[in-house]
Design a protein around this ligand. Sequence first.
Ligand SMILES: [Ca+2]
Length: 186
Amino acid sequence: MGLLHGKLKLLLCAAAGIILCIGGWYLLYVNGYLLPGWIIWQEKEIVIPGNPGHLTGTLVLKNRRILYQRDGETVWQSDPSWKISDMEVCDLDHDGWPEVLALSWTQGDYGDYHPIYENPNMFFYTQRFYVFDLEETALKPQFMSSRLRPEAHAWQVSDTGEVSLTDKAGKTTVWVWKSWGMKIKE
Ligand SMILES: [Ca+2]
């Protein structure tokens, strides 16, 4: 009886240890602490050019979030579930107004909607490309990509609105805005 009791205790301790380990891993993962080590988490400040008639303000990328500041106050912050690794500002659609571009790590392969024929990953973080319009008190999402395949290990945004994404193998593709979203430049 004593031996059986001892074995049961050992089994319960082992089960509790496994549950704690899985719980710890889960908490670390969903909070973005176990993302790939090659990601460079940029921290920067961009002052939005104050051309006549345009909004002015400052964008701050810190602790994986974008803060939009105007007149010394933070008027908007990016969703904490988006882990932003970098941001840039450029006039992507050539309408004379700047947009905010961001590389984000977000859980799942898609946003709220996905193709009906797919059973996508909803849990694991994937890299996304986001475009925001600048409004008076917020950044309004204009384009939110699904999972980038392959992932961009580096990117460059030109003054003319071309976005170059370079994958792990060093291959670069150039993307431009086409009326409703991003397309590979032909
Ligand atoms: Ca624009």
